[in-house]
Design a protein around this ligand. Sequence first.
Ligand code: CAO
Length: 472
Amino acid sequence: MAKKKPKQAKAKAAAKKPARKAAKPAAAKKANGNGLPKPSSKPYGQAGRALDGLRILDFTHVQSGPTCTQLLAYMGADVIKVERPGAGDITRGQLRDVPNADSLYFTMLNGSKRSITIDSKHPKGMDILNRLIKTCDVLVENFAPGALDRMGLTWDYVHKLNPRMIVASVKGFGPGPYEDCKVYENVAQCAGGAASTTGFREGPPLVTGAQIGDSGTGLHLALGIVSALFQRNRTGRGQKVLCAMQDGVLNLARVKLRDQQRIEKGPLTEYSQYGEGVPFGKAVPRAGNDSGGGQPGWILKCRGWESDPDAYVYFITQAPVWQAICDVIGEPTWKTDPNYATPKARLPHLKKIFARIEDWTMTKTKFEVMEICNAVDIPVGPILSMKEIAEEPSLRKTGTVVEVDHPIRGKYLSVGNPIKLSDSISEVKRSPLLGEHTDEVLKDVLGFKANEIAEIKNSGALSAPKKEDKAA
Ligand code: CAO
């Protein structure tokens, strides 16, 4: 998709063409009937990667935006991360565990990308950005509201320079009363309905450890981008893609909006609160470890819980395997006892039932519970610690957990691509050093000669403004 040296005139001409013609991908020339290229004869996994040829101008920082562009990089896109000279993405220095090395916060969110430093507030810096805009397919950013416009990169400006450009943004909130607010993870979890529905009924709202506001919204944005690219194949033009973190969290918490509508019609019978006879209020309550679906579940202690904070298992009393559960825990009479035989009859007794199951799980390790229950199709899940996950061989084997080597910090673990494509094998490369690819991008992507690069460097466009300049 991205050309080495794009010509603005070419882009303009493409935009003027009728939509159908402009949309025709180059590969379609070789098409046979259905408008698609002939199936590749290469073995699966050797026909390049899904997003090969896609070039991304990456203005993202912290977590939400970088999650999105890292995934696109894993899928094969050339992601050029533009960073502020001297400082770079603020997370490079946050939560450092190795002195003077980029933090794990940064390295685990910026793998497989290139880094170029450009001062967007320097005229020459803006000149380089303009050139990059002309040659990239997607601009991704998650600055505070208005920051991109203040840089001069309004939608109208970018779109005029490159009508095919997709401009993708993460913001905290969509249009509305809070649209100008800066937002971090937990703010989004709270505003998106996750916090009010997480935790125990008697306690305060809780945020979850999974970064559903940041990483979750980055995932949504990646889908928006590939959808916009697909549409561009037909229309020949780019579009704006916006993911608000509040919206992303709400999308992940949709079962709770489901329950909000149900609560207006009667009690939520699958919540343990119902079985305990505690009346419901007007809004969806926190449900502790109740399962979100219709099958009651709870977290139960396993052998060793006294000293191991993760010696627990999630146990689901799925209706079709109730008989097996009764056999496993040694309560065969519960199979026919009218108080326990049907899901409805069990609802008022869930506390007692889980207490009895826990008597059994406490005699086994969480892995023994897994083994015994899975053999008879009872759905259970061990509470795995991050230590266990880091050491889990099967996750290493699939590339979900990967070890990467970094020139300054040495080896570190990262999360590889959780989305597995059979014909697009992800390669996780280490994160770039600040400005590591500045010369490479100027030369290979923008076609500058060595003397021109030296000139650009002398202008100060690629380095941190000197203190006197700042003061002036
Ligand atoms: N050269 C010069 N200036 C640069 C630059 C560059 N290469 N890159 C960025 N900047 C400047 C911007 O121009 C902007 O300056 P102005 O405010 O003067 O216009 C500033 O750096 C960007 O600031 P910011 O407001 O985005 O950053 P912040 O640290 O103050 O706020 C955050 C961070 C995350 C709260 C905010 O960016 C935000 O709300 N983003 C949207 C929501 C979001 O993604 N939140 C998730 C955060 S965690 O994943």
